[in-house]
Design a protein around this ligand. Structure first.
Ligand code: NAP
Length: 321
């Protein structure tokens, strides 16, 4: 099979397409033939060697993917051969989803309804699970709340807007381009604001009267100002952060505000079971429609890694096999 390999940490140039033997599932494992893989920002941090978690070299990157069940190891139940599935994570750190096949544990494999194509399936895993966990497991969002998705045009942001709107939550979002703003509104946000425009936070405050929950994609830029937008008992969930920031803690005091860290990678098996049950329901009733922005062939994974770190997001970036 073709697979992208990383033999040393570094820039996008360390991503090399290679021929590897087809993997075989052991007992309790699932072999998935992948048609698309999701490219997440974290894949670039791991590739660069700057992330807390470093896989042993060489390795194939990628957490997310979609395809069909190719083979089932002994003892696997609940999945059918040739069934369409999306995956989040693989059985071994060295064998990720930027490949024509991957070995997964059964709890990393979920049904993909026919109405969702493989590129959309590859957009599901990390971004949608993150959006769900941030909104509902960390911030306890409820119908009638007002949520700001601060960075709503990307993979996690578009998912968060759709998930919140489907639960009767009023959503406003931000983006950095006109195309991004239109995309955010198309997902059901009542208003979209440009996070590169001066005074946009004042505009959000006057348009909403205050925010119950902020889903924050760029805490290193926004956290201090976010605190000024919150209603009493408001929460900021830190999803994305790329550096240090000074905040005035006094801004949390009068509103009794909370700053909540969140990592998908610390979700428990029960958290994950609930997340994927909710995503499955959203896919089945059509309220969840993963947004794919750009597709690259597997041979151009380097370009996908450059693109995922550029501004001007418009949904998910995937590579296709
Ligand atoms: P993405 O698709 O690249 O989207 C990035 C988003 O951030 C875009 O909407 C972008 O808008 C926006 N943004 C850029 N500058 C901003 C600013 N000044 N203020 C607010 N938003 C701004 O990335 P993603 O996959 O959605 O991931 C988003 C972040 O969450 C990344 O940092 C990622 O590493 C992190 N993440 C964390 C977890 C976790 O477990 N905590 C899980 C998944 C992802 P424009 O491009 O339109 O300017």
């Amino acid at each position: 099979m073709k697979a992208v390999r990383v033999r040393q940490f570094g820039g996008p140039e360390v991503l090399v397409l290679e021929d590897l033997p087809d993997p075989k599932p052991g007992p309790g494992e699932v072999l998935v033939r992948l048609h698309a893989a999701g490219v997440n920002p974290v894949d670039t941090y791991i590739r660069a060697g700057t992330y807390a978690r470093k896989p042993p070299l060489p390795y194939t990157p990628g957490e997310d993917g979609a395809g069909t069940v190719e083979a089932l190891g002994a003892g696997v139940t609940g999945l059918d051969l040739h069934q369409q599935v999306y995956v989040i994570g693989t059985a071994q750190e060295s064998g990720g989803t930027y490949a024509e096949m991957a070995i997964c544990r059964p709890d990393q494999v979920y049904p993909l309804p026919a109405r969702v194509n493989f590129a959309q399936g590859a957009a599901l895993g990390v971004p949608h699970a993150t959006a769900y966990r941030a909104l509902f497991q960390r911030a306890q969002a409820k119908a009638g709340d007002t949520v700001l998705v601060h960075g709503a045009s990307g993979a996690v942001g578009t998912a968060a807007v759709q998930l919140a709107v489907a639960r009767g939550i009023t959503v406003v979002g931000t983006a950095g381009t006109d195309a991004g703003l239109a995309l955010v509104r198309a997902q059901g946000a009542t208003r979209a604001f440009n996070h590169r425009a001066s005074g946009y936070l004042d505009d959000i405050k006057s348009a909403t009267g205050g925010i119950d929950i902020i889903i924050e994609m760029a805490a290193h830029l926004n956290l201090d100002q976010d605190l000024l937008l919150l209603k009493p008992f408001g929460r900021v969930v830190i999803v994305g952060n790329r550096g240090r920031i000074e905040i005035d803690p006094r801004r949390t005091m009068v509103p009794n505000a909370a700053i909540l860290g969140m990592s998908l990678f610390s979700a428990t098996p029960d958290d994950l079971r609930r997340i994927h049950a909710a995503l499955g329901a959203g896919l089945a009733d059509g309220t969840l429609r993963p947004v794919v922005g750009r597709e690259f062939p597997l041979a151009q994974t380097r370009d996908a890694h450059v693109a995922v770190m550029e501004s001007g997001a418009a949904g998910k970036i995937v590579v296709t096999m």
